[in-house]
Design a protein around this ligand. Sequence first.
Ligand code: ADP
Ligand code: MG
Length: 213
Amino acid sequence: MTDSVDTPALLAWVREFARLVAANKQMLTELDSAIGDADHGANLDRGMTAVVAALEADAPADPAALLKKTGMTLISKVGGASGPLYGTAFLRMATSAGDASTLDPQAFAAALRAALDGVISRGKAALGDKTMVDALSPAVDALEAAVAAGKPLSSALSAAAAAAAAGRDEVTPLVARKGRASYLGERSAGHQDPGATSVTLLIEAAATAVGGA
Ligand code: ADP
Ligand code: MG
């Protein structure tokens, strides 16, 4: 396979994320029932089902169009904190992609860095607040480092997925400082964060669908 990400590869990524969200809907809901309002699995599954339907109804011509449609659909279909945050992530990736027809590993890493910056600017979470940022930030760092070291995209994305999972697990013992889970104070400690968990699925989907892991 070539080491660049074209529109079909991005479509495969989004489809694989939708598949993983559907397969893990119950688990995400259980995590959110412990420290939130038990809707994260249903929220994301509704959103990603709508995204796949929208992309099938009208196939986007280039990476930016696909990423933009994904982001807009998530913003309109997913409520709560995570809908606007996931939506912003995809819209920022679209802007980062610009008019490119394929993204090389550097450009794909830059798009994910833009997604992280968007999530941070929208949600104002810092590392250790126990949010989506705690999985996405180490994933982007690992991806950039692997790409800079000249690793093929497949191994770079596998490293990113491992970093996301490690980041997700690192904040499980911590007290949440953003979102609904923060209302629980100390009682949020010891519970795995739903958003960090779904972000890990997003990066695992990239490793599978884009990297061919
Ligand atoms: P809600 O909390 O509104 O019900 P969801 O259940 O869909 O929304 O999503 C909850 C997840 O959103 C949390 O587990 C957390 O990871 C993430 N989250 C909440 N607030 C923020 C924020 N300010 N920045 C980043 N992620 C956040
Ligand atoms: Mg919730």
